[in-house]
Design a protein around this ligand. Sequence first.
Ligand code: AMP
Ligand code: MG
Ligand code: MG
Length: 368
Amino acid sequence: MQLVDLDLDRLLSSFVTFLLSLIQLLGFNWKVLLLFLFLIWSVTIFTRRAKQSKDSPSLLIEGSPSPQAPFNGSDIPPIYHHPHSQISDRPTSKSSSQAQKDLMVQVAQKQDHRVKQPYDAFLVLDVEATCEQGTDFEWPNEIIEWPVCLMRWKDKSEQGKACQLEIVDEFRSFVKPTWRPQLSQFCTDLTGITQAQVNSAPTFQKVLKMFARFLIRHGLIDPKSGRPIQRFCWCSDGPFDIRDFVVKQCFISKVPMPLWLKGNILDVRRVVSVWAVAPGNVDTTIQPSARSHIQSLNIPQQLQALGLPAFQGRLHSGIDDTRNIARVMTELARRGVRLEPKTSINPNRRWNWMGKHGEVLEHTLMFQ
Ligand code: AMP
Ligand code: MG
Ligand code: MG
C-alpha cells in the first residue's frame, strides 16, 4: 500500500507542475486557472478518502477481510470465531501468532488429563479379619490377611502432573490370629481363608517387620527410623482397615502403631461415592448438607459407577479386593481426580473390650 501511496502523490504533484507550466506558457486567465485548481483538489480529496475507507476500519467485523490476513478460514485462528464475540479487536500479525500459540496450549491442555498430584506413591490395603456371623465393628477382630498393592505414577511431569497410576508391586501375607486362633466357618466362607493358611502364617508383629522391609526396598521409609521418606499414603475401601482393624490388632499384638502407618488415609469408597453424585467435583469435597444424599458404594458398585468391567476375582479375598480397589484408583487418576488422604485416623482409639496390655475383656462382648 505504501508503494501505491507514493506513486499517487508523485503523480499528482507532477500533474500540478505540468498544469502550472502549461498555464504560464499558454497565458490562461485566472478564472480558468481557478477552475483547474478546484478540479485537481477535488480529485485529490476523493482519491484519499476512497483509499482510507478501504485500508483503515477501526474494528474488524468477524469474518470480514483483514488487510494483514486475507479472509481465509485457515489463516484466521479459530479463537476469533468464538460464537459469543461478534466483533473482535483486529489482530496484528504479532498478536495473531500469540493467539495461535495460546490456542495450541489450550488444546494440548484439554488432551492432557493430567492434574497436579501431590503424592508419589499409594499403598492400597484391604485386610481380612476374624469374624462371626452377626459381629460388627465392635468385635475384637484379628487381622488374618495383609495384602498391599503399591501404586506409582507412570507419567508424572516435572510440574507434578500425572494421570496414569499403575501397580508396581504387591505384598501379601496371611496372619496367624492369637486371641482366637480358630476361624469360624462363617469367616472361612466369607473370606476363603482356611485354617491351614492361618496356622502356617506369621504373627502380626512378624508381618509388620516383613512389610517394613518391603517399604525399605521401595525407598518409601527410612531403614533406621521407619519414617516416610517419600510422599505416600494409605488407601482403602472405607476408613475401616486402618481406623478399626489395624488399631485393634496393634492393641491385641501389643505393638505400637508404626510411624509409616500413621497419618490420614485416602478413603477410596468416599471419593467414588462423592464422584458418583457430583462427577465434576474433582477435588471430591462436598457440602455437609449434600452428604446425606451420598450412597456408600461397595467395591463392585464403585467399579460400576465408574463404568469399569465387573469385579475381578473373589469378593472378600483380601488380595482380590485390594487389586480391584487399585483398578478404581487407576480410573480416578485417569479422570483427573486429585488423589490425597483426607480421612483422619485416631491411633489411640479405644473399645470397651480393651483391658490392660493387650487383654480382651471377654465379659464385655455380646458374642462369646
Ligand atoms: P471386606 O474388606 O469387606 O472383605 O471385609 C473385611 C472384614 O470385615 C472381613 O474379613 C470380616 O472380618 C469383616 N466382615 C465383612 N463382612 C462381614 C459380615 N457380613 N459379617 C461379619 N463380618 C464381616
Ligand atoms: Mg475391606
Ligand atoms: Mg476385603
